[in-house]
Design a protein around this ligand. Structure first.
Ligand code: ATP
Ligand code: MG
Length: 196
């Protein structure tokens, strides 16, 4: 019976905050592997801005986790298509791997909003919760329907995809905030140039 983490995100683009969160969540919860699940259409962000195509975001995540023990990129939400709901992903993974134990990994900002997620009341029966600290977001008091969560501690990394997109747009450095392969891809393909 494997212990599997599900770390969902838009990853637009992936950065060192995500990667530090993932390896430390894996360590704190004693996970065999952790899936970085790339959202197809994140329901919370839908319509708010132009997203990079899901397949591109996935490719950058896949490249970023290459050679990192226990980290895997997952395209289950992209293959499923449509809006990406965590409950559908957890249900699907449990169907595929019925004997595994699943752990939902979220940063503190995401944890604070868990009560509003689609069919959130169904999640605690299907998964355990791991929360990673994030600067500017205190550990949430309420944890959806979970009575407890495993805390994974990382040094405060004030890195966000929003800031990186803005940096790319302004031609400011991305170095040491995200993997160099992803930086190269962003520059070669002129990603994030004309985002408002
Ligand atoms: P955006 O600014 O576009 O919202 P983001 O940096 O918040 O991007 P997401 O893809 O929204 O990245 O986040 C995916 C998951 O990673 C969420 O659970 C989020 O809380 C977590 N996360 C992102 N950045 C960090 C960070 N610097 N430290 C800890 N957790 C993080
Ligand atoms: Mg975010």
């Amino acid at each position: 019976m494997a212990r599997v983490g599900i770390f969902g995100g838009t990853f637009d683009p992936i950065h060192f905050g995500h990667l530090a969160a993932a390896v430390n969540a894996r360590h704190a919860a004693g996970l065999d592997r952790i899936l970085l699940v790339v959202a197809n259409v994140p329901w919370q962000k839908e319509g708010t801005r132009e997203l990079t195509p899901a397949q591109t975001r996935f490719e950058l995540v896949r490249q970023a986790v290459e050679g990192i023990d226990g980290l895997e990129a997952s395209d289950v939400e992209i293959k499923r298509g449509g809006l990406s709901y965590t409950i559908d992903t957890v249900s699907e993974l449990r169907r595929l791997f019925p004997s595994d134990r699943f752990f939902l990994v979220v940063g503190a900002d995401a944890a604070a909003g868990i009560e509003d997620w689609e069919r959130t009341e169904e999640l605690p029966a299907l998964s355990e919760l791991v929360v990673v600290n994030r600067p500017g977001h205190p550990r949430p008091e309420k944890l959806g329907g979970w009575s407890k969560a495993i805390m994974a501690e990382i040094p405060s990394l004030d890195i966000s995809s929003t800031d990186l997109r803005q940096r790319a747009r302004d031609d400011r450095p991305l170095e040491f905030l995200m993997p160099s392969g992803a930086i190269e891809y962003i520059r070669q393909n002129q990603l994030y140039r004309d985002e408002p």
